[in-house]
Design a protein around this ligand. Structure first.
Ligand code: TRP
Length: 347
């Protein structure tokens, strides 16, 4: 990616006092280990410390899936199930559905005046995504989704946004738009910081730089162990290593990169040493990783089994969360209109 992390608006957790977190995902299918390592793990950790809002961004999902709005409902359910299984606690975190909060769309419209199309066209994440999807022309909605994302963040006055590293250009843009809004209208919106995890990006099973549903190289949080076993067996290792006694290069091995993201420090060091010195075969190394992933997913699977038996509870959680989020959103849109001097009496 052609932007520098150091220049971006990334928060140093130890330095500042943050209050509120907003983050979200497009409901386009089940979440995978890349989502978990990149931001979900962080959200689970942070929810006890900060007031947390998590938005299931169904309108944003439409920017790439507008032909199939009928799939959104099921996908919203699946993402919520993944959140709850991963340990998002609905008692302390608020999970909300974007399209049920029309204040976000209103704010998107106001923000759309404050940014010209060029920075959107040059946004590296937009460019990569458009290329990956083979888009020759960009819709207005797709080009503008970072503006809608800015509204997602601003409508809750969030200070901190835990996201994967590919989202950094969007957070920079959000800061720019919000700054302009505040300057122009004497607004009191908050310029957010991104919070990037130590392992911001997980490579795909095939060695592709990104684990992604669309590349078919992902381990989903909802995969059963047999499937995970098969997937890990097929994962790319150091191709030059034929025999277990060959000296390997862990740095080019997909499995080692997963060890780094999920295993204990001791196992990581052992794996590195044993691979480099031809003291462990890839088969055994993969078995070790499978155990680690099993331990990680076991408690998630217990919660998943509970919610699958109590599906209505998921919708109750989503509607209650959305209702709560809407209270904040309606207060802030009022404040926004007040600063723009377009707040009229209720009719
Ligand atoms: N664009 C994010 C993604 O694709 C999803 C998202 C939507 C989001 N709204 C957000 C992330 C607000 C952070 C904050 O993963």
């Amino acid at each position: 990616m052609d932007f520098k992390t150091e220049n971006a608006a990334v928060a140093d957790e130890s330095k500042y006092k943050y209050k509120r977190i907003l983050t979200g995902d497009r409901p386009t299918g089940p979440l995978h280990l890349g989502h978990y390592a990149g931001s979900l793990k962080n959200r689970v950790r942070l929810q006890a410390q900060y007031e947390t809002f998590i938005l299931i961004a169904d309108i944003q999902a439409l920017t790439t899936n507008f032909e199939h709005p009928e799939k959104l409902r099921e996908n919203i359910f699946l993402v919520a199930l993944d959140y709850l299984s991963a340990g998002i606690d609905p008692k302390i975190s608020t999970i909300a559905i974007q399209s049920m909060i029309p204040e976000i769309s209103e704010l998107t419209t106001f923000f759309s005046m404050l940014i010209s199309v060029n920075p959107l066209r040059h946004n590296p994440t937009i460019k990569t995504e458009a290329k990956e999807r083979g888009y020759k022309e960009l819709t207005y909605g797709f080009l503008g989704y970072p503006v809608s994302q800015t509204a997602d963040i601003a409508i809750f006055k969030a200070d901190l946004v835990p996201v994967g590293i590919d989202q950094l250009p969007h957070i920079e843009l959000a800061r720019k738009i919000i700054r302009k809004f505040n300057e122009l209208y004497c607004g009191k919106l908050i310029e957010p910081y991104a919070l990037i995890d130590k392992f911001p990006k997980l490579v795909g099973l095939d060695g592709n730089l990104k684990m992604s549903k669309s590349y078919g190289n992902a381990i989903n949080l909802s995969d059963d162990f047999e499937l995970i076993k098969t997937k890990i067996k097929s994962a790319l290792t150091d191709k030059n290593r034929i025999h277990p006694t060959d000296k390997g290069n862990p740095e080019i091995c997909t499995i080692y990169s997963y060890h780094k993201a999920f295993s204990t420090d001791t196992l990581i060091k052992e794996t590195e040493y044993n691979c480099k010195n031809g003291k462990i075969g890839c088969v055994k190394c993969k078995e070790n990783l499978l155990e680690v992933i099993k331990t990680l997913l076991e408690p998630m699977n217990e919660r998943r089994a509970y919610y699958l038996k109590n599906k209505d509870e998921i919708w109750d959680i989503l509607f209650a969360g959305t209702k709560k989020a809407k209270i904040t959103a309606s207060e802030i849109i009022k404040e926004v209109k007040e600063s723009m001097k377009i707040l009229y009496p209720p009719i």
